[in-house]
Design a protein around this ligand. Structure first.
Ligand code: IMP
Ligand code: MG
Length: 183
C-alpha cells in the first residue's frame, strides 16, 4: 500500500501547471489554424498522452475526429526495451485522412517511428506528429517530430500523463522523482 502522496515523491518541478497550459494553448492555436479546413483525425497514444491530448484538442478551433491507440516500448522501469508493440489499434479508416499523432514524450524515437511507418501503409493524406516533451538535447530534432511542447534534459520525468511504474500520471505538472522512489 502506498501511503505517501504522489507530490511527496517529487524532487523538483520542471514545468508547472501554468507553464504547461500556456504552451499547450499556443500549440493548439497553431494546429487549429493549420488544420482549419482539413478535419484531422487526432490520434492519442495511450496512456501517457491522454492529459496532453484532451487539453490540446480543446485548444484547437477546428472540426476533428478523435481516436485512441496504445503502444508499448517500456515494459517496466525507466529504460526503453527497444521493441515497440501496438497494444490497441484504431478502428477508424485512415485512407485520405489528415492524421495527427499525439505522443507524450520522445526518448529514443522508436515508438513514433514505428507508428508513423505503420500508419503510412494505410494511405492517409498526411501524418503530423506532435509530442508534448522531447528529450532531444544533443542533436536538435533528431527524431523528426513536427511539433513539440518542450525540449527537456535527459532525465526521467513524471506527471501530466507520464508515469513511473504506472503511477504519478495524475500530477498536474511535470516533475522529477526523488531517487529513493525508483526500485
Ligand atoms: P521512445 O520509443 O524511446 O521514444 O520512448 C517513448 C515512450 O517511452 C514514451 O511514450 C513514454 O511512455 C516512455 N518514456 C520515455 N521517457 C520517459 C520519461 O521520462 N518518463 C515517462 N515515460 C517515458
Ligand atoms: Mg507512453
Amino acid at each position: 500500500m502506498l501511503i505517501r502522496t504522489p507530490e511527496e515523491d517529487i524532487k523538483y518541478v520542471l514545468y508547472t501547471e501554468e507553464q504547461i497550459q500556456k504552451r499547450v494553448a499556443e500549440l493548439g492555436q497553431e494546429l487549429g489554424e493549420k488544420f482549419r479546413d482539413k478535419t484531422p483525425l487526432m490520434i492519442c497514444v495511450l496512456r501517457g498522452a491522454s492529459f496532453f491530448f484532451t487539453d490540446l484538442c480543446r485548444q484547437m478551433k477546428c472540426h476533428m475526429n478523435i481516436d485512441f491507440i496504445s503502444a508499448s516500448s517500456y515494459f517496466s522501469g525507466t529504460k526503453s526495451s527497444g521493441t515497440v508493440r501496438l497494444v490497441k489499434d484504431s478502428s477508424i479508416d485512415m485512407t485520405d485522412r489528415h492524421l495527427v499523432l499525439v505522443e507524450d514524450i520522445i526518448d529514443s524515437g522508436l515508438t513514433l517511428q514505428y507508428l508513423e511507418r505503420l500508419f503510412e501503409t494505410r494511405k492517409p493524406a498526411s501524418i503530423t506528429t506532435v509530442a508534448f516533451l522531447d528529450k532531444d538535447v544533443k542533436k536538435p530534432n533528431r527524431n523528426g517530430v513536427d511539433y513539440r511542447g518542450f525540449v527537456i534534459p535527459d532525465e526521467f520525468v513524471v506527471g501530466y500523463g507520464l508515469d513511473y511504474a504506472d503511477y504519478y500520471r495524475n500530477l498536474p505538472y511535470i516533475g522529477v522523482l526523488k531517487e529513493e522512489c525508483y526500485q
